[in-house]
Design a protein around this ligand. Structure first.
Ligand SMILES: C[S@@+](CC[C@H](N)C(=O)[O-])C[C@H]1O[C@@H](n2cnc3c(N)ncnc32)[C@H](O)[C@@H]1O
Length: 382
């Protein structure tokens, strides 16, 4: 079995056609020009060495460990000059540190799960495990807005990249507006929501546009109603398209200054999919159209051991806080076999959990050729 390289899960990435020459090169030049000796010396201590490495890597071009990709350039284009140094610091922590097995007090990326269940049963997703994902089961639920707010409070200024999504469909949260109100514009450098957009309505659209969400990802794997219904079981393409059109209308009329990036994302699972058809169908409805590689996570507990010995880089990159505060190192392990503890105000902090003995033991097992660690020995993510 081949490894699933998490850092490069985008197989295809396409932005709306424009006539600017190479935005990635332009943003790399902008970053290099901004990282002067004086600027670096003026930054807080933890950033300085990293910013020097960013500068050296950009100067090394193709040989550098850190590169400005089209995806990173699209994020940088939305940032003010003043936000570039912290952005590059946190991007570097996300992109390069996991490969160097380097940690500090907080994960480079945090995923908060507002809801654990979903209204879809996409054929390639772990939500097809009907025994586990039953809306009324004890292990399913929605995050208390107070918990959501408190976790954000702790993370503010420490973690800059978030997804407000993990196992379930975030827009099913009954108090979605309250969650979004806690986010606040300008508080984080990269805040993403993944949604199937089936219940995206005017109120939720405004809540997203008024909050600090920087990227809204519509998970839609197809460009025809038939393929959509086949892959995104429980969904209807026409309904989702209508909701996204309405979001666009609200964004254009009521929030013309919004810097939000919208992205249609597909998981590559069928020969009937193509980036060309996705671009022609979704191109006018979203700023970006992408395909990510398929990660066979829907049968992770039953799959055969695969012999992959390379450590999973996500153990140094991401941490997940699920609806009930349970903290898991990974979402392929959707049953939380690897849980490191529960977040609680005045108890386990995000930082305590990220550096906990259990997390460190898991990292050590991975460094020792994944050493029989279940379910990681059946998972291909590296
Ligand atoms: C599990 S979903 C949850 C959020 C939301 N319900 C949605 O549809 O976006 C999060 C993301 O994982 C992607 N995904 C689902 N199954 C996958 C798989 N087997 N491999 C890679 N990505 C997958 C989805 O397409 C979606 O973009």
């Amino acid at each position: 079995m081949s490894a699933y390289v998490k850092k490069h899960s985008f197989q295809e990435f396409s932005v709306k056609a424009d006539d600017r020459a190479d935005p990635a090169r332009a943003q790399a030049a902008r970053a290099s020009a901004s990282l002067t000796e004086a600027l670096i010396a003026s930054r807080p201590l933890p950033e300085r060495e990293v910013l020097k490495s960013v500068r050296a890597d950009l100067a090394a071009g193709e040989n550098g460990r850190f590169k400005i990709t089209a995806f990173i350039a699209a994020e940088m284009e939305k940032l003010r000059d003043a936000d570039l140094p912290p952005y590059l610091f946190h991007r570097y922590r996300y992109d390069v540190w996991p490969a160097e097995r380097k940690l500090d007090d907080y994960p480079p990326y945090l995923q908060l799960e507002p809801v654990s269940y979903c209204n879809y049963r996409c054929t390639f997703c772990f939500q097809t495990d009907r025994k586990y994902f039953k809306k009324n089961a004890e292990n399913m639920g929605v995050m208390d807005p107070g918990l959501f707010r408190e976790v954000l409070e702790e993370a503010a200024g420490k973690v800059e990249f978030f997804s407000i999504a993990s196992r379930g469909e975030p827009l099913l949260h009954p108090e979605f507006g309250k969650l979004m109100a806690a986010v606040k514009p300008g508080r984080f450098l990269g805040l993403k929501i993944n949604t199937n957009a089936a219940v995206l309505d005017d109120e939720k659209s405004r809540a997203i546009l008024e909050s600090g969400v920087s990227t809204l990802v519509y998970s839609a794997d197809a460009a025809t109603p038939a393929l959509y219904a086949k892959l995104r079981v429980g969904g209807q393409l026409s309904r989702v398209q209508k909701n996204i059109e309405r979001f666009q209308e609200i964004r254009a009329k009521e929030y013309p200054g919004s810097k939000i990036i919208t992205r249609v994302s597909g998981v590559r699972v069928s020969s009937e999919q193509s980036i060309e058809s996705m671009r022609s169908y979704w191109g006018s409805l979203a700023d970006q159209v992408t395909f990510v590689a398929y990660n066979p996570w829907e049968n992770i507990y039953e799959a055969a051991e695969n012999g992959i010995a390379e450590p999973c880089s996500d153990l140094w990159r991401r941490m997940f806080v699920w609806w009930n505060g349970l903290v898991n190192p990974c979402d392929s392990d959707y049953k939380s076999m690897l849980a490191v503890g529960k977040w609680s105000a005045g108890g386990n902090s995000l930082s305590d959990l990220w550096k906990s003995e259990r997390y460190q033991a898991l990292r050590a097992a991975h460094l020792a050729r994944r050493a029989g660690q279940a379910p990681c020995n059946r998972c291909s993510v590296v």
